[in-house]
Design a protein around this ligand. Structure first.
Ligand SMILES: Nc1ncnc2c1ncn2[C@@H]1O[C@H](COP(=O)(O)OP(=O)(O)OP(=O)(O)O)[C@@H](O)[C@H]1O
Ligand SMILES: [Mg+2]
Length: 626
């Protein structure tokens, strides 16, 4: 009995540790916090959908599998060779034989390294290909969503989906899956090799497995919670940052810097705390597994050494010095993959969560799609008719009520009305940015729902209320839709809408840099650029939603002049806030609370003395005062 005292001591220490950890675990469990990664999709479904992306590359993955097996060979064979060399050295050995074995060892090592290297490269390349395929599909899908659907998802969220979440998926293909498979193979391989060498010592090592499983389960619980907190904290800070960086000017104008800094500090501290907790969890887990490793080595040395000296161990199997050396090496090769499996489980969880988020975006069915029998238009004359159109953004909150009007080809029609009356809404319905609930919208007598969306939008030039310029150059912003337009034509279009004057003053002309959202240009300049962008594509119908922004009189005159010219291109629908802009329109429709209340020419409406007359008087008064 006294002989086994050291083993009893090791067992007692392990027992105490297990008891302490289990007690801690039970305490945490009782807190009943929701710390799962909330998921609705089944794991199987996520994996199935992921495999779909990997399928085209099955040959690469097969190749990786073969390389992986070759690289694992080193882990399994090398301890045996070292054990063999040890035994040779104890007996009489010849230098050439020793040399041969060392060469075999080195050879296996080299092959294994080469395999790992090639495997890593093939995996990374394949992973990146899958990643860009997913990213591209995601972007295309987001592009197909309707305005209403896009409005419903915060931009920051979509950015996270396309960048971070796809990144997590790529990590799944390049790292997690492969490591899971590799580690499992190593564990099985090492176990098999140990059993062949000496089943008694293997049984002894297996006694430690339940402890490892116990600690791993406990660790997973803690680390998952810590991981979740870090992720939440990061998302929180990102959301705060993206919103407040865009609104920084407002923060400065209203002197809110100190308050906002305090809010940020708080979030920053929360993230810091979560991160420290995560580190602490790992800091406990790794030494615990290391302690198990040391304990098993001690047991090996004691039991194995004893067996070696007595030339037989407790179950009667003989033990050589070579076996001892091999086992010493196998133990670490057995513990490492177990530890990394436990740690990788978290990454797997988070990658699965990311995958689910991406698939949820994929599952949003585009609302506005081509009807199966939709037709392609080969030209548009520009006759537009609204027949009893009812429209609401939110169910039953009617923004347009029974709106009917017709616009003949090449006519210029203006919409006026108070803010929020529904002018922008009318314009966006014509291009089918939203679908109407009741009534019909006809283009040249055809219901727009029967026309292919791309073909419809091709003949429409929309100039929106808030002009959006992409970062790039003036040229890239003007050529947005098409290629193969010469600089001559671009400059011609700029001249036509009076944008040439300010462009010619820029040092780089058309190559002048446009910064994010075009914030290095004035509101008036942006408007002129959007005119040029529109007429370059020779639309049959032009839709202009004039910005309310105040622009200087000089630019106003330029805009007026270019509008006059643009009237000659085709049908024109204008929403104007400055009534002076629309004086020359063929017809003016006055909108109030989603209904057309008056229509006629400027003079007719003034004579009518109704709402238009009111609006006009107010603006006149302002002009006089100004
Ligand atoms: N995306 C949207 N979701 C929900 N409601 C909206 C949306 N866009 C506009 N609305 C609502 O529809 C109504 C009409 O808005 P619209 O933008 O057509 O007004 P407008 O006449 O163009 O006003 P303005 O002169 O200020 O540009 C408003 O009451 C507005 O609150
Ligand atoms: Mg508007």
């Amino acid at each position: 009995m006294r002989e086994y005292l050291p083993l009893l001591i090791v067992g007692a220490i392990l027992g105490v540790f297990s008891a302490v950890f289990t007690a801690g675990y039970l305490v945490i469990r009782r807190q009943k916090e929701a710390i799962g990664f909330d998921r609705n999709m089944k794991d199987g479904e996520i994996v199935r959908r992921l495999v779909k992306y990997a399928k085209p590359y099955w040959k690469s993955f097969l190749f990786v599998g073969v390389l992986m097996l070759l690289s694992i060979a080193y882990d399994i064979v090398s301890p045996m060779i070292v054990g063999h060399i040890e035994e040779m050295m104890r007996g009489q050995f010849e230098m050439p034989v020793l040399g041969r074995w060392v060469a075999v060892y080195a050879g296996i090592l080299l092959v294994s390294l080469a395999c790992s290297y090639v495997q890593a490269i093939v995996l990374q390349v394949t992973g990146q290909k899958i990643l860009s395929a997913i990213r591209e599909e995601l972007f295309t899908h987001i592009e197909s969503l309707s305005h209403a659907q896009l409005n419903a998802i915060p931009v920051g969220k979509l950015v996270t989906r396309v960048t971070n979440d796809t990144g997590a998926i790529s990590m799944m293909f390049t790292g997690i899956f492969v490591n899971l498979v590799k580690n499992s193979f190593v564990i099985v391989g090492v176990l098999a090799a140990m059993l062949c060498l000496n089943y008694e010592l293997t049984l002894m090592i297996l006694c430690f497995v339940p402890f490892i499983v116990l600690f791993t389960v406990i660790f997973r619980k803690f680390s998952r919670k810590a991981y979740r907190k870090v992720k939440d904290g990061t998302t929180d800070i990102n959301t705060f940052l993206s919103e407040h960086l865009s609104g920084m000017k407002i923060i400065q104008i209203f002197n809110r810097e100190a308050q906002k800094k305090a809010e940020f500090d708080e979030k920053n501290r929360t993230l810091g705390r979560a991160k420290r907790r995560q580190i602490l969890t790992f800091a406990v887990f790794r030494p615990v597994v290391y302690m198990l490793y040391i304990a098993s080595v001690l047991c090996l040395l004691y039991l194995g050494g004893r067996g070696y000296i007595k030339n037989t161990s407790f179950l009667g199997q003989t033990i050589t010095s070579g076996t001892l050396v091999s086992f010493y090496m196998y133990i670490s090769k057995f513990f490492n993959p177990i530890q990394s499996l436990a740690e990788q489980f978290n990454w797997l969880q988070s990658a699965m969560a990311s995958a689910e988020k991406i698939f949820t975006v994929f599952d949003i069915e585009p609302e506005i799609v081509d009807a199966p029998d939709a037709i392609e238009l080969d030209h548009v004359d520009g006759n537009i008719e609204f027949r009893h159109v009812w429209f609401a953004y939110e169910p039953d909150e009617w923004v347009l009520r029974d709106v009917s009007f017709t616009v003949k080809a090449r006519e210029t029609v203006a919409f006026v009305g108070a803010t929020g009356s529904g002018k922008t809404t009318i314009l966006s319905l014509i291009c089918r940015n939203y679908d109407i609930q009741r009534g019909e919208i006809l283009i040249d007598g055809i219901d727009i729902r029967k026309i292919k969306i791309a073909s419809l939008r091709k003949y429409f030039g929309q100039m929106l209320q808030d002009v959006f310029l992409f970062s790039g150059t003036i040229r890239s912003n003007l050529l947005l839709r098409e290629e193969g337009i010469s600089d001559e034509e671009v400059l011609e279009a700029c001249r036509y809408v009076n944008a040439d004057k300010f462009i010619s003053k820029l040092s780089k002309g058309l190559d002048e840099e446009v910064r994010e959202r075009g914030n290095n240009f004035s509101a008036g300049q942006r408007q002129l650029l959007s005119f040029a962008r529109t007429i370059l594509h020779k639309p049959s119908v032009m839709i202009l939603d004039e910005a309310t922004a105040n622009i200087d009189t000089e630019t106003e005159i330029l805009i007026q002049d270019s509008l006059e010219k643009m009237k000659n291109i085709g049908t024109m629908l204008i929403v104007a806030h400055r009534l002076s802009t629309i004086r020359g329109a063929d017809r003016i429709l006055v909108i109030s609370r989603g209904e057309i209340v008056e229509q006629g020419t400027h003079d007719e409406l003034l004579r009518l003395g109704g709402r238009y007359y009111e609006l006009y008087r107010i603006q006149e008064k302002k002009a006089v005062l100004g």
